[in-house]
Each structure stands twice: as C-alpha cells, then as structure tokens.
Design a protein around this ligand. Structure first.
Ligand code: NAP
Ligand code: MG
Length: 404
C-alpha cells in the first residue's frame, strides 16, 4: 500500500511522562506505517520548556495559529511538588495549555468517545454529548472580600470619559461576604462564534444555557450575543437541518438527562466546569474524552482530555508493562489529520483518520482493551485486558485490515 501524503504540516506538540511514551508508540505503530506524516514538531516536555525559558510553548502556539491545525500531548503543569521532583526548574512555568490558549484564543469542546459495551450512567444517552465551556471570566476572575461591620456596598464603574455608573449592591446590618465579577463582550462573542462554527463543522444541534430570568443584564447579555451570532449563521443552520436552542440552565440539566445525546451544550464558565465533569464521568472516563480548542476563525488544537498519567509512568520506569489507555490520544491524532485533510482537500487523509477511529472501535468492540475500560464493561461482555503495547498492535492489525 502506498503511504498517504500530506501538503501542509500539522503542528505536533509533544509532552511528558506516560502520555509522551504512548505518543511515540502511536506514531510508530498507527501513523508512520500508513502516512507520509508531515509535522512541525515542538517539544513541550517540562525539561525542554525549562531549557528554552518556555519560549517553545509560545512558539508552538504561534505555529498553531499559522498552520491552523495542531495536535498536543499532555504536559506537566509544574507545582511545588514537581519543583522537588525536577530541581533544575528555573521557575514554576504556567500551564502550557493556558499559554497556548492565550495565544490562539478560542473555546474548548470536550466529547466522550462512546463504545457499545460501556453503558452511560444515564440510560437515555445514545450519542455523545459535547460540552463547550466559556473558559473566561465570571467567578474565575472575580474580586471578593468579607466585611464585619454594618454598612453599604456599592458597585461603581468609572468610564474613561469621566462618566460614572453607581449602583447600591446592598445595605447590611452585620458581617457579610461580597463578590464582583465581570465578563467581556468580545470574549462572549468569540465563545458564541466558536460554538456555532463547531456545531456547523460537526453537524450537531447547539444548546446554550444560562440564567437570564435571574440575571437579566449579565446572563441576558450572554443570551443576546448568542442570538445575534445565531442570526449570522441561521441560513447555514437551516440548510443543514440544525437547531439552536436556548434554555435556562436548570431546564437544560433536566432535558439533558432525558435526551438521547448527540448535541453540543454550551455553558457559561462555572456551569461548564461542573457539567463537563458530570458528562465525562457519566459517559465513561477521562481516558475516553477528546478535547479540541476551536478559535472563532477556524484554527484547531486537538488533544486528549486526560493528563500525563504520572502513576503509570512511574510503573513504566520500573520496567512494568502498563495498561494505559491510548484511545483519546489516538482520536486527537485522527481529529487533527481529518481536519488537515478537510482544509487541504485531501480525501485520502480524511479517510485515514476515519479508518483509524474505526480500527479503535472495532478492536474495543471485539473485547480487546486496556484495564481502565475493562472495569467499566457491562456485565457479561467478554473482555481481554491488554497492555498498551499489545492494544496498539491489535489496533494496527485492525487498521491494516480496513485500509487494504
Ligand atoms: P491524569 O494524568 O489524567 O491521571 C489521573 C488518573 O486517571 C491516572 O492515575 C489514571 O488512574 C487515570 N487515567 C488518566 N488517563 C488515563 C489513561 N489514558 N489510561 C488509563 N488511566 C488513565 O491526571 P493527574 O495524575 O492529575 O495529572 C498528571 C499530570 O498531568 C499533572 O502534572 C498535570 O499537570 C498534567 N495534566 C495535563 C493536562 C494536559 O496537558 N492537558 C491535563 C490534565 C493534567 P489510575 O492511576 O487509577 O489507573
Ligand atoms: Mg472542574
């Protein structure tokens, strides 16, 4: 079989620990034998970030903006404990994901990879639900304090023009707690644009939920921005038979629980934080969640939602075989190659990405899987637990079968 060719490189962002070990093996067993892989490689391992004073992270983000499609391996976000583990670190580097996101902008969409033998905790769910979280502002950038004496708190905005806006928040007769939060029109709009774009791209309905009955101005603004952005792509939605739907967050939760799935649920920052953990654990696990950063102007960064799987890495270093699940990482690659194929009009590359995903599904549905998934298989489903290496070999065999 001739190898599939590419035009534009994909930005390849390598990472740390067990995820890095699997990254290499995925390339070796599932990509390089089939694709004349073109990548622009950035090594974001903690030690290389340290060696480059973290310049490599910014360069990777800029490359993603330039080339439009990136695929990223999980990376360590150092904390105090990591400083002890890596005494050569010059400082506590920020999260690479945060750095890249601040360069690219955009919204993260998380989707569970579903398999027949794992039943979601919610019986009605037949298709994956994708969560989009507006990861900016609200309580995550709020200012708060506590007061002890009676008094009054006011909210004051001092405009650059000299105009002032002043509102009494509350008069209190005793100790109280206070919080001031904000969001930016630009950020809300970019979130809405990315959601509509992703809905059109993935041919799924879009739900957006907030609490505009209570927060008439703040949440009301979110709702209004979404409606304006919807008007801008209404004809695309109608042409594709898609639906945009706004509802209150509590109503959304109730409806999600009774729905068959298969849509995108856009949430405000806090709701998205909470609901994405609910969706991922109710579908299966982090090891089966993909994550894609989409910018309003259509740049993409694909990754697995899980981290570097440190505990498995330390077993691997001791020479043990680990049964770490590579599926979400494989789907990050297939997602990136399919997107590259779409942008460059390369049907063979798109077909390869689809074949790779099918090979994973066939392997899993034949009962071959890693330990984490075996623990979740429905009773009576016959399972063979493999280590990561054996599992990747099984997928490679399946993939060869599909492609020939
Ligand atoms: P983690 O790497 O996601 O792993 C937490 C646990 O989840 C693992 O110990 C394992 O459980 C299970 N797990 C996760 N992925 C798995 C997989 N593919 N196959 C099988 N089991 C899997 O989270 P963490 O241990 O909290 O974080 C480790 C490092 O990752 C941290 O340094 C953090 O900064 C980084 N991180 C990076 C990203 C990113 O780059 N996107 C995201 C999150 C965390 P068992 O041990 O019980 O088997
Ligand atoms: Mg959370």
């Amino acid at each position: 079989m001739e190898k599939i060719t590419m035009n534009t490189p994909v930005v390849e962002i390598d990472g740390d620990e067990m995820a890095r070990i699997l990254w290499q093996k995925i390339k070796e067993k599932l990509l390089l034998p089939f694709v004349e892989l073109k990548t622009e490689y950035y090594d974001l391992s903690l030690l290389n970030r340290n060696a480059t004073d973290d310049r490599v992270t910014a360069e990777a983000g800029q490359a993603a903006v330039r080339l439009g499609v990136a695929v990223k391996c999980a990376t360590i976000t150092p904390n105090k404990k990591r400083m002890e583990e890596y005494p050569q670190l010059k400082k506590l580097y920020p999260s690479p994901n945060a750095t890249i996101r601040s360069i690219m902008g955009g919204t993260i969409f998380r989707t569970p990879i579903t398999v027949d033998f794992v039943e979601p905790a919610v019986r009605s769910w037949q298709k994956p639900i994708t969560i989009a979280r507006h990861a900016f502002g609200d309580i995550y950038k709020a200012t708060e304090f506590a007061t002890q004496e009676p008094g009054e708190c006011t909210l004051v905005f001092c405009g650059q023009s000299g105009e002032e806006k002043r509102l009494s928040v509350q008069k209190v007769t005793g100790p109280a707690v206070w919080l001031g939060q904000f969001n930016l029109d630009e950020s809300i709009r970019s979130f809405a644009k990315a959601c509509f774009r992703y809905a059109i791209d993935s041919r799924q309905d879009l739900w957006f939920s907030a609490k505009d009955t209570i927060s008439k101005t703040y949440d009301g603004h979110f709702r209004a921005v979404f409606e304006e952005e919807f008007e801008a792509c209404r004809t695309d939605f109608e042409r594709l038979g898609l639906r945009y739907f706004y509802t209150l967050i509590d109503d959304a939760v109730a409806r999600v629980m009774r729905s068959p799935g298969g849509f995108i649920w856009a949430c405000k920052n806090y709701d998205g934080d909470v609901m994405s953990d609910m969706i991922s654990s109710a579908f299966s696990s982090l090891a089966m969640m993909t994550s894609v950063l989409v910018t309003p102007d259509g740049k993409y960064e694909f990754e697995a939602a899980h981290g570097t799987v440190t505990r498995h890495y330390y077993r691997y270093l001791k020479g043990e075989k680990t049964s770490t699940n590579p599926v979400a990482m494989i789907f990050a690659w297939s997602g990136a190659l399919k997107k590259r194929g779409e942008l460059d009009a390369l049907p063979a590359l798109i077909a390869f990405g689809e074949a790779l995903e099918q090979a994973c599904r066939n392997t899993l549905n034949s009962g071959k899987m890693t330990g984490d998934l075996a623990a979740m298989a429905r009773p009576g489903f016959s399972v063979t637990v493999l280590n990561s290496e054996e599992f990747l070999d099984a997928i490679a065999e399946e993939l060869t079968g599909i492609l020939n």
